[in-house]
Design a protein around this ligand. Structure first.
Ligand code: COA
Length: 261
């Protein structure tokens, strides 16, 4: 997987866990960490052994407490635009469009870029102590890593405006109620819960899951008709070995053995 300054990686039964490891800065996303995440995710995409990716933060306090404020405090307009565009391209869009499922294990504060990171993931599981928010307007900026778009998609316009305008944090219960996270679990069981989800997903067809990711994402792309994408992706499944295996196993009353081909 490579060695990283700000990431720890572990592999277990097809699940790659990436831990963002800057606990003394509450795992704030600096440039180096974004670049390392880009490399780790690209490697994971090309590595046949990796079936599901879990992203979490080190320590009991924070998932990620935002973009590293110390890196952009003196930026001008052009640098600000480049920060947003580069981050979106290198990390947030990469996660969203990865053809392997990415689960955010939110183990504490997920603020600003940290919540944006979690929202770019396909599934979010929060520990019961998690606090989530987009505090950017309290710094005089707006969310720039996709937060205005993905929060609106996840919780709707009214709640997104409230979270962004107040800059307040919400707790895990509210996040669950609002549809921002899929599950809440005691902190000590967070990774176990994510691994259970991963194990279930790993038993399914990887090629069908990749098609499902492309189809669901198409719902959020302007000038793309998601129903048309679904038709294409549905059709493509019929050329896969996984489809033959899945249907044959069903008819033979046995468990399928998918290869992702
Ligand atoms: N960027 C850079 N450094 C950060 C950071 C961020 N987003 N979030 C936390 N840190 C650093 C702090 O500066 C501090 O570093 P120091 O020990 O060298 O001074 C360290 O992480 C610990 O944070 P601290 O603020 O002392 O912890 P706390 O428990 O008092 O407060 C938070 C926790 C999350 C409420 C607080 O750190 C915070 O508000 N962070 C910024 C959140 C934010 O606005 N994010 C959006 C950025 S766009």
């Amino acid at each position: 997987m490579g060695s990283f300054e700000n990431l720890l990686t572990t592999m277990d039964n097809g699940t790659l866990t990436i831990t963002i490891n800057r606990p003394d800065k509450l795992n704030a996303l600096n440039k180096k960490t974004i670049e390392e995440l880009n490399v780790a995710l690209k490697n994971a995409e090309g590595d046949g052994v990796v079936k599901v990716i879990v992203i979490t933060g080190s320590g009991p306090k924070a998932f990620v407490a935002g973009a590293d404020i110390s890196e952009f405090a003196d930026f001008n307009v052009e640098q600000g635009k480049a920060l947003s565009a580069d981050g979106q391209k290198k990390l947030f869009d990469v996660i969203q469009n990865l053809t392997k499922p990415v689960i955010a294990a939110i183990n504490g504060f997920a603020l600003g870029g940290g919540l944006e990171l979690a929202m770019a993931c396909h599934i979010r599981v929060a520990s019961d102590n998690a606090k989530m928010g987009l505090p950017e307007v309290s710094l005089g900026v707006i969310p720039g890593y996709g937060g205005t778009q993905r929060l609106t998609q996840l919780v709707g316009k009214g709640k997104a405006f409230e979270m962004i305008m107040t800059a307040d944090m919400i707790n895990a219960e509210d996040a669950l109620k609002w549809g921002l996270v899929n599950h809440i679990i005691a902190q000590e069981n967070l990774l176990t819960k994510c691994n259970e989800l991963a194990t279930k997903i790993i038993s399914r067809s990887p090629s069908a899951i990749a098609s499902a990711i492309r189809s669901v994402n198409a719902n959020f792309q302007d000038s793309v008709n998601g129903f048309e994408v679904e038709i294409e992706e549905f059709g493509k499944c019929f050329a896969t070995q996984d489809f033959k295996e899945g249907t044959t196993a069903f008819l033979e009353k046995r468990k399928p053995n998918f290869t992702g081909k």
